[in-house]
Ligand binder design. Sequence first.
Ligand SMILES: [Zn+2]
Ligand SMILES: [Zn+2]
Length: 353
Amino acid sequence: MPNDLVVLRPQGLYCPAGDFYIDPWRPVERAVLTHAHSDHARRGSAHYLAHADSAGTLRNRLGADITLQTLAYGEAVTHQGVTVSLHPAGHVLGSAQVRIEHAGQVWVASGDYKLEDDGTCPPFEPVRCHTFITESTFGLPIYRWPAQPVLFADINAWWAANAAAGKASVLYAYAFGKAQRLLHGVDSSIGPIVVHGAVEPLNAVYRAAGVPLPPTHRVTDPQLTKADLRRALVLAPPSAAGTPWLKRFGEHSDAFASGWMLVRGARRRRGVDRGFVMSDHADWPGLQKAIGATGAERIIVTHGSTDVMVRWLCEQGLDAQVFATEYGGDDLDDNPSTAAEEPASAPTSEAAP
Ligand SMILES: [Zn+2]
Ligand SMILES: [Zn+2]
């Protein structure tokens, strides 16, 4: 429609009135970024605007010399008569929803978000708007996450049992966001925590932002004895699976933490002993709650189960449509191709017998 505040262009989501893009997938003049995951934050744009807590990760990933303006949550800037502000999305450190106001219209682009407060970034805040642009990574009714105390009790019990049996516990999780959430939530009194080289730089960014994380070791740490390694929790990105780096831990149990672990066969396909259902995205009830809380009458769905979500929204009497974006392709947890097979008809724990 002619007065839409955000339209779809080949480069990404575009705000014509303000002449800027939100999370563009091609280089542009002005990019407002929701967060530093690589499907949302891409190289080559001339100017970036993002939350202050994203600065460290963005400079790491896009180049130390990028032109980056940062905002605090709730702080507004006006560009060509369009007011832009960032609001907590609860997804990873520095993640934000982008609120755009112009000529009496308010639009909000969510980026990725999650509702449950995990203690590693400010929780999602619903923002009232006329049009809400939402993700739908887990937009199917089967996706319902266990409450965090249940999740962490499971992870701690698995770690403690392995430690008692003299085996390291290797837990695969995406290095930015998921790994820090695990660190923050596990019971660090069970044993030492060893992190892969891809994880520690992100830990440093979180610690610098004031997020409390337990002490972490590198496997080369001379303080660690062989006995320490046999009762350690080892956090590594999925790409570390099958690499020589794991040999240092000897016989170990392994597990994968992802929302896709709710899908039948996902754990088996990963070839790990355990699957923990954990996501930095909203589950089906979370998406519905978040969308409802905006009060928006028009909803645009960007990635994930877009068609199912649009159908459901239309049934609720809302004006809903899809923007075909290039989000969701990079990080494993965002990647629908890892869940290509049919979802299980009922959630299964996928626990090894
Ligand atoms: Zn993300
Ligand atoms: Zn994403």
